[in-house]
Ligand binder design. Structure first.
Ligand code: PFF
Length: 460
């Protein structure tokens, strides 16, 4: 009887007309599009460099298997079962409870991340254009550093690029799921893979190719501090877009025939592969021209221009790299935009287009503060962090882990096991054992690990 009720409920939810990804490849490309972003191309390489190269890679793979895959599947189950946005999904599955606050926290996180992520997407646009104009040449690393600082501190130039990035995203999101997000991903992600493969191929021919690859792949356990485990977990969450209902929103557009565990495994492996490939581009390049991998934005915007200019046909490599970074970042920005737009559109009288524009307007207000925190507003700090850094810290280190923690508890402890089984549809003689093992991970392993990261980022 209960099961029948679930089935009927399922059917009603599935038939609501919210749009769907029309093909399985569209599902993979769009979901990979949200996951693959600045977290892979820009953050992962320096995190690996700082934490013992190959040894860190092993820990990262462990975190992906233990937390990444179960976490992605958990959000997929909620989204596909409810066919609703990040907030309404909880309201539908757990009516009359407070669980939907996880969704509110996710929508807030999406909005706040966009406030600074869009600024960085704007930087990549500026650098892409400068590379195309052949302006990234003839300077020293110090001068490139100065050039970046001046640009980031400019009162409105970065904001114009931020606005352009947001308008591109609005254009896509306003066109809906299959007509906008899926179409854009179907073009952008294959382009991304072609560029990344060309660049990795080129990496092998650089003078310090071997040195760079050894730096990345030699496990140096003596440099692996316990903290690296926590860093690997944090990286897993941000990189897989976990903990803020982004994957709930995307999977709410999955059709019934999409196999959730298989899709999760594919997305997680492609995301990890892109992170490793990005490091394979950056390390040989940086070592070949006598530089050191440096942390943060400085590596991509201050060091790499000098690396490219020393390569034969360096302008071309510069253009390709910033195009790569832009595609990675814009598809993630689109997914953040979609989380907030879907919620707004489905909870107000505004249509999708108007909701998308309203989100853009609000994000731009926030982005003004984030961008100016490199210039006019750099004196405004809290706990020693500028507005930009605060947005990053509050979202990546607090909202995402807390969201991930509660999503895992929700699916592990609250959600009816029959819903989990019905969504996973595992065809294996030992399916019940696999599901049991999966639920155990969500109940105990995932929350414990997230709790550890959370404590570390608050206290560390
Ligand atoms: N996964 C993206 C990256 O690696 O850059 C960032 C991100 C996108 C986080 C979307 C969260 C999200 F919902």
């Amino acid at each position: 009887m209960l099961y029948l009720r679930f089935k009927i409920q399922n059917y009603n939810m599935a038939t609501e007309n919210r749009g769907n990804f029309s093909s399985k490849i569209g599902v993979i490309l769009a979901t990979v599009g949200t996951a693959v972003g600045l977290g892979n191309v820009w953050r992962f390489p320096y995190v690996v460099g700082d934490n013992g190269g190959g040894a860190f890679l092993l820990v990262y793979v462990g975190a992906l298997l233990l937390l990444g895959i179960p976490g992605v599947i958990a959000e997929f189950i909620i989204g596909r079962h409810s066919h609703a946005n990040a907030v309404d999904s909880f309201k539908k599955i757990a009516p009359g409870t407070k669980w939907h606050w996880i969704g509110y926290s996710g929508v807030l996180a999406g909005f706040l991340i966009m406030g600074y992520y869009a600024v960085v997407v704007g930087w990549t646009l500026e650098y892409l254009v400068q590379a195309c104009l052949g302006n990234l040449s003839g300077l020293t690393t110090e001068q490139y550093g100065e050039m970046f600082n001046q640009f980031a501190a400019h009162p409105f130039l970065p904001l114009i690029w931020t606005l352009i990035a947001m308008l591109v995203s609005t254009f896509v999101v306003a066109r809906g799921v299959s007509g906008g997000i899926e179409k854009a991903s179907n073009v952008l992600m294959p382009t991304f893979f072609i560029i990344i493969l060309i660049m990795v191929g080129h990496s092998f021919f650089l003078p310090a190719a071997k040195e760079g690859m050894l730096y990345l792949f030699t496990p140096n356990f003596s440099e692996l501090k316990p903290v690296a485990i926590l860093i690997a977990i944090g990286q897993t969450f941000f990189s897989l877009s976990l903990g803020m209902g982004c994957l709930i929103t995307y999977s709410s557009y999955f059709k019934k025939d999409v196999k959730l565990p298989k899709t999760a495994a594919q997305v997680v492996s492609i995301d990890a592969m892109v992170a490793v490939l990005s490091a394979m581009i950056i390390f040989p390049a940086v070592f070949s021209f006598g530089m050191q991998p440096e942390q943060g934005p400085s590596l991509v915007f201050k060091v790499l221009p000098n690396v490219f200019q020393q390569m034969p046909v360096g302008t071309l490599w510069g253009i390709l790299f910033y195009a790569l970074l832009f595609i990675a970042a814009i598809t993630s920005l689109i997914s953040l935009h979609e989380v907030v737009t879907a919620y707004l559109h489905e909870n107000s009288s505004l249509n999708r287009r108007k909701s998308a524009y309203l989100v853009t307007f609000l994000v731009m207000v926030l982005a003004v503060f984030a961008s100016l925190s490199f210039g006019e507003l750099s004196h405004i700090t809290l706990f020693g962090k500028t507005i930009f850094d605060l947005l990053d810290f509050f979202t990546a280190s607090i909202l995402l882990p807390v969201g991930g923690f509660f999503i895992s508890i929700f699916v592990g402890w609250y959600l009816d096991k029959r819903i989990i089984a019905a969504e996973l549809r595992i065809k294996h003689p030992k399916a019940h054992l696999i599901i049991k093992g999966y639920i155990f991970m969500l109940r105990v392993i995932v929350p414990t690990c997230i709790f550890a990261v959370f404590l570390y980022s608050i206290l560390g």
